[in-house]
Design a protein around this ligand. Structure first.
Ligand SMILES: [Zn+2]
Length: 470
């Protein structure tokens, strides 16, 4: 009898606490926030400008590879657009960027039957001078070079054919596991005496579009040419090699690296109402590869962040901290814009509350990766119920940071004067991102209006919450 009473008593206590919690959540601070977040999403979905801006960036400017005229046009595009908005300041931060030229020749074919292969030189690669004619050897990633050994590699072209693992749910993870062969494959293969490399495109798709990307040399005295090959043609080569193990491959490319040129990050601010000296940075990268229109990568991120200014304004909300949008230059083949921005922040002795980067495409938002001390992470995680109705409530702890362009703000501890600074990466759905990534298919038509707008709403909401509660 006594036992039962205790149970009842305990249950009553739990019930009372639950009621108090529900009451405070629905009638306290949270309910005001949920109304504000509802407004942000309503605005993004009903009167948003992200999709229109993306169309203009993709169709009026087009691709905008660092060091090109189109990159200059993109800088002006961003500057003029931000000027036309309700920003307090808009300026261009000068930055020197690499100037790699693709050239007009990139060819590869099988010598004996003239089978043409779809390739695209990797950014940073040297050309072939005349042409390379050599036998082929297939490596399943960099880790396979040692097994093959110098006797199988010397004098040959290496086909790096490590494929994305379809079983990996987050496609960025399988990209991470394969991209080493693209970035460092040429240098590693050169150590074993290779004369050139082809790299299987970084995609789950079996199609005929080469996906380019950056690469780099560790030994500047021994640089061999490198190109991406479409997944379909990588498979074809493997098949042909099985039939004819001694087949010769011909590669011809005339890409080259010229001295650095001047470009700009575009920066716009809304001054904070009560703490204008503390800054929340949000941004994406303005440059893109030269094959498509850089729609998902990273036009989506650019228009997401620009839209946040509209979403805040439409709600009549005056941010406490300065909200700064940065359109970074040269993320794709150097990351110079991000480094320059971090140096600039350091020179100004600014306190950064948070930096958020959107550079994972314009698909349906899922949430955010967060790099911050545990207590700060827990506080952000308490926002979860507010974003749950919109399906973007994944808060994932990250040790890596938030993105290539914002990581320099914190990873070099001498740069950050705020040890509690938050680095945040926007996480959209990853399943289709690599269908388009760095390929000619990354065009405006492959971005869905509603998904893009939901992304802007998600970023607008988290910026609002961080501004209010930090
Ligand atoms: Zn990108």
């Amino acid at each position: 009898m006594k036992k039962v009473n205790m149970k009842l008593f305990n249950r009553s206590i739990i019930l009372i606490f639950s009621i108090i919690l529900i009451f405070s959540n629905s009638n306290g601070q949270y309910s005001k926030d949920s109304i504000q977040i509802r407004r942000i999403f309503d605005m993004a979905l009903e009167n948003g400008t992200a999709y229109k801006n993306l169309k203009s960036l993709c169709k009026d400017v087009g691709h905008r590879f660092s060091g090109t005229k189109q990159a200059d046009s993109a800088v002006n595009w961003g500057y003029n657009l931000l000027k036309s908005m309700w920003t307090d300041t808009v300026y261009k931060l000068p930055v020197m960027v690499p100037n790699w030229k693709r050239g007009n020749i990139e060819r590869a074919y099988i010598f004996h039957d003239d089978t043409k292969l779809n390739i695209s030189s990797l950014g940073g690669s040297v050309g072939t001078k005349k042409r390379i004619k050599a036998k082929l050897v297939v490596a399943n990633g960099i880790e396979d070079l040692e097994r093959l050994g110098e006797k199988n590699i010397r004098g040959k072209i290496v086909l790096f054919n490590k494929a994305f693992d379809p079983k990996t749910i987050n496609v960025f993870e399988t990209y991470g596991a394969c991209v080493g062969q693209r970035y460092s494959g040429a240098s590693k293969a050169a150590e074993y005496g290779a004369v050139g490399v082809l790299v299987r495109s970084m995609t789950l798709q079996n199609d005929n579009h080469p996906h380019t990307g950056s690469m780099s040399y560790t030994n500047k005295n021994h640089m061999i040419p490198a190109a991406a090959i479409s997944t379909e043609h990588a498979e074809l080569l493997v098949e042909k090699l099985r039939e004819k193990p001694n087949l010769n491959l011909v590669m011809k490319m005339n890409c080259k690296l010229l001295p650095d040129v001047l470009s700009y990050n575009v920066i716009a601010e809304i001054k904070g109402e009560t703490e204008p000296e503390s800054v929340i940075t949000i941004g994406g990268h303005l440059d893109s590869w030269d094959l498509g229109e850089g729609a998902h990568d990273d036009g989506a991120g650019i228009v997401h962040c620009i839209e946040v200014l509209n979403l805040i304004k439409a709600n009549g909300y005056r941010p406490k901290h300065t909200i700064r949008v940065v359109l970074f230059m040269n993320e794709e083949n150097g990351g110079k814009g991000g480094q320059e921005y971090a140096n600039w922040v350091k020179t100004r002795g600014e306190k950064q509350i948070m930096a958020l980067e959107s550079d994972a495409g314009g698909h349906t938002p899922r949430g955010f990766s967060i790099s911050a001390p545990d207590s700060i992470f827990d506080k952000i995680a308490s926002f979860k119920p507010l974003l749950e109705p919109y399906g973007c409530h994944l808060f994932k702890k990250s040790t890596w940071g938030g993105g290539v362009d914002i990581n320099p703000l914190k990873l070099d501890s001498t740069l950050s004067i705020n040890p509690n600074m938050i680095l945040m990466g926007f996480i959209p759905d990853s399943h289709r991102y690599f269908d388009y990534h760095h390929a000619e298919t990354d065009v405006f038509e492959n971005v869905n209006k509603r998904e893009l707008e939901l992304g802007a709403g998600a970023i607008g909401s988290i910026v609002y919450l961080i501004d209010k509660y930090f």
